[in-house]
Write a protein that binds this ligand. Structure first.
Ligand code: SAM
Length: 213
């Protein structure tokens, strides 16, 4: 079992503004671990995490892939970008943490060149006005169907992925994962369910979408 990244540099004060790793984070980590042989044989040159929060997921991915990849993260929350950078440092993974909306600034520079993309989005059903109503609300408030943030990024995924590259996406049942599968298949991406788990009343899923070679 791979160790969870060292987050001992983060305090309860940090978690007032930045998402603290939770069941969803750990389901994504477990999914990457389960898929690690596939990930390693891809020999990723560029990995991206959208919405990195504490930086736990990209750091874990860095522990699987190793030093020969570039690690980029985005987060709309400037505190999350700072903390992600610190988490990388704490665990000897060099991360380029960008404070931006979704993949703004990544395209067109990195078109067709990212091997692994991860996203644990704000997925809770809320009023649309709750989205980004505070730094911490941005981590969970997902608007209609809990999908407003996720849906905005989907069309960029096939443009960003390198041929053979994969996108790991965490969703809950309320997000209607089957609709997302249909959207991604319409972009010619191949779908696989990696893991599902119940966390309290939430049924969580990690879906993988792969771009053909
Ligand atoms: C559920 S948290 C996940 C954090 C971390 N990846 C994890 O798994 O613990 C969602 C993250 O997405 C970020 N986020 C929300 N909207 C975003 C947007 N439009 N662009 C970039 N990041 C966003 C939030 O600030 C938050 O850090």
């Amino acid at each position: 079992m791979l160790p969870t990244p060292d987050l001992s540099h983060l305090t309860s004060q940090d978690y007032r503004n930045v998402y603290e790793p939770s069941e969803d984070t750990f389901l994504l980590l477990d999914s990457l671990e389960e898929d690690q042989e596939y990930i390693k044989q891809l020999k990723p040159k560029i990995c991206l995490e959208i919405g990195s929060g504490s930086g736990c997921v990209i750091t874990f991915l860095g522990q699987i892939v190793g030093k020969n990849s570039v690690y980029i993260t985005t987060d709309i929350n400037p505190e999350a970008a700072k903390i992600t950078q610190k988490t990388g440092k704490q665990n000897n993974i060099k991360i380029d943490a960008i404070n931006t909306d979704l993949v703004n600034g990544i395209l067109p520079r990195l078109e067709n060149s990212i091997d692994i993309i991860c996203f644990n989005p704000p997925y809770v059903i809320t009023e649309s006005s709750d989205i980004n109503s505070s730094l911490i609300a941005a981590s969970w408030a997902g608007g209609i169907k809990g999908r407003e943030v996720t849906d905005r990024v989907l069309p960029y995924i096939p443009k960003l992925l390198a041929p053979g590259g994969s996108f790991y996406l965490l969703l809950i049942q309320d997000n209607k994962p089957q609709e997302i599968v249909e959207i991604m298949e319409s972009y010619n991406l191949k779908y696989q369910l990696i893991k599902k788990r119940k966390a309290g009343i939430e049924q969580q899923f990690v879906l993988k979408f792969t771009k053909p070679l």
